[in-house]
Design a binder for this molecule. Structure first.
Ligand code: ACM
Ligand code: ZN
Length: 734
């Protein structure tokens, strides 16, 4: 019995109660992504020992994939009959019945399961739907014991809305070994995602073995002093293994070779790649290097050609990603060689050198029959000669630019699909990126996927998992050690369940998507993730209603995870797994007295429901940034430093407001400075004391904003005649 089941036994009372609340023990039709057309019949099919899988020629790998999945969980050797249509499970190709690429039909009746795909991918997706219809134990990689391997009778006709259903995995900022990459691919396949952008290169690490340039991985793959040396890389054999694993799961792996920025790891290995030739170190903190690839040296082009030759020889993908984001062009402006290229090519801005370089590489790739993909900057730095694909990460409206210039687009906006942001601001939430507001599951699901032209400019959507947070030193220490693989647990906590929302957005047309419906089906997906050994963020219980009844507040909750009890408290303390189990409406005096959490098992539970303070009365001052309280106030001048990442949201003028909300003493404010990590960006003098319910303000200017980098305010502060003072701080863009 697994941990989940043990806990369920202990909480058997709540199981009965959960049933009375309308959460059935099983809901086998809770598929994600939801199929386009689904009809349930009265029948059901039960898999038994001695049954067979028949498959048409060309589908042997799919049949063996299913055979292996069933063998792991059941222990039965379900025989494969190649080149046959006689079996209990039958796999065929039928592009007449299935006219859409990657589409399939799945029929389950008493006697058999039939999957017909428009193509091999369609058959594979039919198999994934079938697996989701089995009891969740089918995902276990060890014997599941006594399980009735029953599948409900269905007729499903299904195909994806978008050809590009992607995820990006950043293995450059933090190195994940090939086993994790394979598991990640497995999870993508389970939810019918088909493109993996493999972010192999960044300032803080070069992860791809290139035979012609061994120092890229000997030097560029490692960061930090000897005792804390971190890093790693994939040999070309590792890559071949990953690619074969992905191929069998219909995932195209697209290598991302970043340039001209985000490649300091290469410049460290070969300083002649940069404009200055300066020897740097591989950074062990999030850092965006200004040392771009020099476009004025012949050796840079030879380097790109050699690296891309080896990359293309390894990766069969139709697309090659060339990065291209966040270049700051100061070095190119100052480099005589780069300036010469500008003159020769008649370019007026250093940024246009990036367009020039993209053209050179796009031409190289065209000769190899590959298409260039890159971040949106690649279509914004001058005219390109070839059609490329732009990953729109800032603003989906920028897609219009791609349309106008004949390029294609993939939507991956940071606001909705960057899974390195946390899901909530609840105290206790895992430390994650802060330069944008949190992205809840609902927000992620709500991303708009519009086409901006008749020729389907938007190929699809992609989630991004950046690993910057891992190299912020302390993050891993703050995570409960569920096992030794804390970094992988952390990644999965951030990626799941949001990747399932992404998968449904990518698969289903807009008219078919409803969050409430997705939310209901999601309740049954968590057990599948558990069976798969995949960590996830346990969702808090949902507040169904909160109504005033006389002088008490009445809370009614809805479970978010099937079979998982809700534990709650009514005295303001946080619940534990031993707190009262919810079984119906709860009454409390004040909102803040009530806390409730979802308990999956005794070591896996959600954060408590949290009511964020309401700062709407201060709307005109911008975003709440921090507060001060008596205990932290000194009566002699001292420095007060607080984070303002996300509040400082770009270049421009910002106003900071200090508002005293209580206490007898004022807070005297002196000089104030703004810091980008350890670089001072601005300094102003406030020289005023706080006033009750009145804002004391200062204005500073930002002209070196960098996404993903933490920002801080440091201010001289002192309680006047005592520390009995409290207040709020807000920041707004002017
Ligand atoms: C990006 O987030 N720098 C593409
Ligand atoms: Zn240069």
């Amino acid at each position: 019995m697994n941990r989940r089941n043990i806990f369920r036994r202990l909480a058997c009372m709540s199981l009965l109660l959960a049933a009375s609340l309308g959460v059935e023990a099983q809901n086998t039709l809770s598929l994600v992504p939801k199929p386009l057309h689904l009809e349930q019949t009265e029948d059901q099919f039960t898999l038994k020992s001695g049954m067979t899988i028949a498959c048409e020629k060309g589908l042997e790998e799919q049949a063996e994939y299913l055979q292996q999945m069933l063998r792991q969980a059941t222990g039965w050797e379900i025989k494969v009959r190649p080149d046959s249509r006689k079996g209990n499970i039958v796999l065929t190709l039928d592009s007449v019945a299935n006219t859409h690429a990657e589409g399939y039909t799945l029929s389950v009746d008493k006697k058999s399961v039939r999957i017909a795909g428009a193509d091999v991918a369609g058959v594979f997706y039919g198999l994934q739907t079938l697996l989701q219809l089995f009891p969740e134990e089918v995902y276990r990689n060890s014997l599941a014991g006594q399980v009735a391997w029953t599948v409900p009778g269905v007729k499903i006709v299904d195909h994806p809305e978008r050809p590009w259903r992607g995820m990006m995995l950043d293995v450059a900022r933090y190195f994940y070994d090939k086993e994790f990459v394979k598991k990640f691919i497995d999870m993508m396949a389970m939810y019918k995602l088909n493109k993996l952008q493999f972010h192999l290169i960044d300032d803080s690490g070069w992860r791809l073995e290139i035979k012609k340039y061994p120092r890229l991985t000997e030097v560029g793959a490692w960061a930090g002093p000897d005792s804390r040396r971190l890093g790693g890389f994939y040999t070309q054999d590792d890559i071949r293994e990953i690619l074969e694993y992905a191929r069998l799961r219909q995932v195209e792996v697209i290598p991302e070779i970043e340039f001209p920025a985000h490649m300091l790891s290469a410049v460290v290995a070969y300083p002649w790649l940069g404009c200055t030739g300066k020897q740097h170190e591989v950074p062990d903190q999030h850092f965006i290097s200004r040392d771009l690839l020099c476009v004025g040296r012949e050796s840079s082009y030879q380097f790109l050609k050699d690296v891309l030759d080896e990359t293309v020889a390894l990766f069969p993908s139709k697309y090659i990603n060339i990065g291209g984001d966040e270049a700051v062009y100061t070095n190119w402006e100052q480099c005589p060689r780069c300036q010469e290229v500008m003159k020769r090519e008649g370019l007026s801005k250093a940024s246009e050198l990036q367009g020039y370089l993209t053209n050179v590489v796009a031409d190289m790739m065209k000769k190899k029959n590959r298409t260039v993909i890159g971040w949106e900057e690649i279509i914004q730095r001058g005219k390109l000669n070839e059609q490329v694909v732009a990953l729109i990460w800032h603003n989906v409206g920028d897609t219009i630019q791609a349309t106008r210039t004949g390029h294609k687009a993939i939507l991956t906006p940071a606001t909705h699909l960057y899974f390195d942001f946390p899901e909530s601001r609840t105290p206790g939430e895992v430390k994650a990126a802060t330069w944008m507001p949190p992205i809840s599951l609902e927000k992620c699901y709500g991303i708009e996927v519009n086409d901006y032209s008749p020729a389907a400019t938007v190929m699809g959507v992609q989630g991004c998992f950046w690993s910057d947070q891992f190299i912020h030193g302390t993050v891993l220490q703050e995570i409960t050690p569920l096992n030794e693989n804390r970094s992988e647990q952390y990644a999965e906590y951030l990626i799941f369940p949001r990747m399932l929302a992404l998968a449904e957005v990518a698969w289903l047309p807009k008219g078919e998507r409803r969050y409430e419906d997705f939310f209901e089906r999601m309740k049954y997906q968590y057990a599948k993730l558990d069976a798969k050994g995949c960590n996830y963020r346990v969702p808090e219980p949902k507040i169904q209603s909160m109504t005033q009844e006389g002088d008490s507040l009445c809370f009614t909750l809805t479970p978010t995870v099937a079979d998982a009890p809700i534990c709650y408290t009514t005295n303001g303390s946080y619940p534990t797994i031993h707190s009262a189990v919810y079984n119906g409406p709860v009454r409390v005096k004040n909102k803040a007295d009530f806390h409730a959490m979802t308990v999956v098992d005794n070591r896996h539970f959600s954060l408590p429901i949290y009511f964020a303070p309401d700062y709407s009365a201060y709307k005109q001052y911008g975003e709440f940034t921090t507060e001060w309280k008596p205990l932290q106030v000194q009566t002699s001048p001292s420095k007060w430093r607080f984070e303002c990442t996300g509040k400082v949201s770009g270049n421009g003028e910002f106003e900071i407001a200090f508002i005293q909300t209580g206490g007898q003493n004022a807070l005297k404010l002196g000089n104030l400075s703004l810091w980008k990590r350890d670089e001072k960006l601005a300094e102003i003098s406030i020289n005023q004391s706080s006033q009750t319910d009145k804002a004391v303000t200062g204005t500073f200017k930002v002209d070196a904003f960098e996404a993903g980098t933490p920002f801080y305010v440091e201010v001289e502060a002192c309680g006047v005649n005592g520390n009995d003072t409290k207040g709020l701080v807000f920041i707004r863009k002017k």
